[in-house]
Design a protein around this ligand. Structure first.
Ligand code: RET
Length: 291
């Protein structure tokens, strides 16, 4: 894959900005991985699948972004004669292709995740899982093919991008409908979080086609830095902030349904002689949960 990143030589500033922004990307994924594991017990068991899916997304994104940073630093080396970072002698090329294959895992996970926090009938959930996975995957696969033509055949690049956009619009349509229907029967505060999630989703997902089209707007060093920055911002919002907001909505729903902290947590705090609510004994707390 001959992405436009391979067409330029970079000033130290541009080279380092890309290296830093890619590092930020995978560092955030690792930090968020800890967050999703540590907060899983703050939601009732029926919502935990959402946190589990966030964990899956974080692990794959961490590994991919780590590899992506390696690809950048291996592809370009400093040339003292020109004072620029240029393609290294190894012949290694920089490719965004890894990202697309990572999305193939993450996109269906992110779309399916919300179905476990909204109120939705089981049968409809199954059909939504099917359509989300199908359209989401086709959107990525067609965009992935388009990437191969980025620098060699602009028409093919744009046509595949347009085909991908058709599936993207379908995903947006499905998501809009599912959020609108699914927030009706949940507590007001959780419904408000869901409305916020819709806007976050819409804006963050639109950044990806923007990054795809970057060579059209800025076919130079600045465009390369801009594309990698856009990808990182999009990754942090569409995966991490989205996941945090979903777990928050799940927390509100859990509390509204009378869910208290997990049994094990009550027990371990109880062992130290204190209880979560300060007044009841461990036995009383456990008894209350059983009832
Ligand atoms: C492509 C190709 C050009 C047209 C469109 C695209 C959309 C990509 C999207 C990707 C979302 C990725 C996410 C990843 C999270 O891990 C494929 C760039 C419309 C929307 C959310």
């Amino acid at each position: 894959m001959l992405n436009f990143e391979n067409q330029f030589a970079y000033s130290s500033m541009a080279y380092e900005m890309v290296a830093h922004v890619l590092t930020l990307g995978y560092a955030v994924m690792l930090a968020a991985l800890a967050y999703f594991i540590l907060t899983i017990r703050t939601v009732a068991p029926r919502y935990r699948i959402s946190s589990v899916l966030s964990v899956v997304v974080m692990v794959s994104a961490f590994l991919l972004l780590y590899a992506q940073k390696g690809s950048w630093t291996e592809t370009f080396t400093f040339n003292a004669a020109t004072g620029l970072y240029e393609a290294s002698a190894s012949g290694e090329r920089f490719s965004n292709g890894f990202r697309y294959l990572n999305w193939l895992i993450d996109v269906p996970m992110l779309l399916i995740q919300i179905l476990f926090v909204l109120e939705i009938a089981k049968q409809r959930r199954t059909s939504m899982i099917f359509w989300f996975s199908l359209s989401g995957s086709l959107m990525i696969i067609t965009g992935y093919i388009g990437q191969f033509y980025e620098t060699t055949n602009p028409t093919a690049w744009l046509v595949w991008g347009a085909i991908s956009t058709v599936f993207f619009v379908h995903v947006l349509y499905l998501m809009h409908r599912v959020i609108n229907d699914g927030k009706r029967d949940i507590p007001e505060a959780a419904a408000r979080v869901m409305s916020g999630i819709w806007w976050l989703f819409l804006i963050s997902w639109m950044l990806y086609p923007g990054a795809y089209l970057m060579p059209l707007f800025l076919n130079n060093e600045a465009g390369v830095v801009g594309r990698q920055m856009t990808f990182t911002i999009a990754d942090i919002t569409s995966k991490v902030i989205y996941g945090v907001m979903l777990s928050y909505a799940a927390m509100i729903r859990s509390r509204a349904e009378g869910y208290q902290e997990d049994l094990l947590q009550v027990f371990s705090i109880g062992k130290a002689g204190k209880t979560t609510n300060g007044s009841k004994s461990v036995e009383q707390s456990l008894q209350a949960m059983v009832e």
